[in-house]
Ligand binder design. Structure first.
Ligand SMILES: [Zn+2]
Ligand SMILES: [Zn+2]
Length: 222
C-alpha cells in the first residue's frame, strides 16, 4: 500500500499562507508527500495570480521528486459567481479548483455549498460544515469530492461530513488546509483524523489513497 501523502488543499504567500510555494513543497517533500495542490484563496481581485503558481509548480515538478499542482480556493465570494470563477481559474491554468465551503468556523454565505457542488469546474468542496444529503448527492453526481479537514475550527463538522458522505456514497478526501509549516501532517496523523471523524479503516484508506488518485485521474493529472 502506498502510504505517501496526497494533500490537495494548502496555502502559500500568494494568499494567507506563511511560506513561498517552493518552501511549502520542500517541507511537504520531507514529510513524505507525493503530491500537493497549492490552492490559494481567490476572488475576482486576485484570480490572475494563478499564473504565478503555474510557473513555480513547473520549477518544482521539473526538479524535485514531488508533484506540485497549481490550484485555487474560491473563498467568500457571492454564490452567483462561483461557477464563473471556477471556469476562469481553469482558463488561467488552475488544475484543482477548491471552494471554501460553509465551515462552522466562519460566516460563509449560505448557498456556497450548493453552488460548489453544482459547478462542473469544481473539484473539492472544502470543510462543508453542515452539508445536506441533497447537496452531497449532487456532489457525487458531479464528481465533487468532500473534505475532512485537519484544520482547527473547520474540523468541527468532520463527523457530520463523514457520515453524510458515507450515506450518499460521495467521495471523501482528508486535507490539511495548511497555512503554516506546522500544519503539514504525516500519513499516520491523517489516518487518525479520518478515524476520529468516524470512518472505518477501509474508508480512511479510500479517503487517503484511492480517492485523491481518482480525482487526479478525472482531471488528467495522473
Ligand atoms: Zn486561509
Ligand atoms: Zn483553505
Amino acid at each position: 500500500m502506498n502510504k505517501k501523502r496526497i494533500d490537495l488543499h494548502m496555502h502559500s504567500l500568494f494568499s494567507d499562507g506563511e511560506l513561498l510555494p517552493s518552501e511549502l513543497a520542500r517541507r511537504a517533500q520531507v514529510l513524505d508527500h507525493e503530491i500537493i495542490a497549492i490552492t490559494d484563496h481567490v476572488d475576482s481581485s486576485n484570480i490572475n495570480s494563478v499564473s504565478n503558481l503555474v510557473n513555480v509548480c513547473k520549477d518544482i515538478n521539473d526538479n524535485w521528486d514531488i508533484i506540485a499542482i497549481p490550484g485555487v480556493e474560491i473563498t467568500h465570494t457571492p454564490v452567483e459567481i462561483i461557477d464563473k470563477l471556477a471556469k476562469k481559474a481553469r482558463e488561467l491554468g488552475s488544475k484543482i479548483v477548491v471552494v471554501h465551503g460553509e465551515t462552522l468556523a466562519e460566516p460563509v454565505i449560505s448557498g456556497t455549498n450548493l453552488a460548489a457542488v453544482t459547478s462542473q469546474d469544481v473539484d473539492i468542496l472544502a470543510h462543508p460544515g453542515l452539508i445536506t444529503i441533497e447537496e452531497a448527492k449532487i456532489a457525487k453526481k458531479n464528481n465533487v469530492f468532500l473534505e475532512i479537514s485537519a484544520r482547527c475550527g473547520h474540523n468541527l463538522a468532520n463527523g457530520h461530513v463523514g457520515k453524510i458522505a458515507i450515506e450518499t456514497g460521495t467521495k471523501l478526501l482528508i486535507n490539511t488546509d495548511t497555512h503554516s509549516p506546522s500544519n503539514l501532517i504525516t500519513f499516520e496523523t491523517a489516518e487518525k483524523i479520518g478515524l476520529g471523524a468516524g470512518l472505518t479503516k477501509e474508508q480512511v484508506n479510500e479517503a487517503l489513497i484511492d480517492n485523491p488518485r481518482k480525482l487526479l485521474k478525472l482531471r488528467g493529472l495522473l
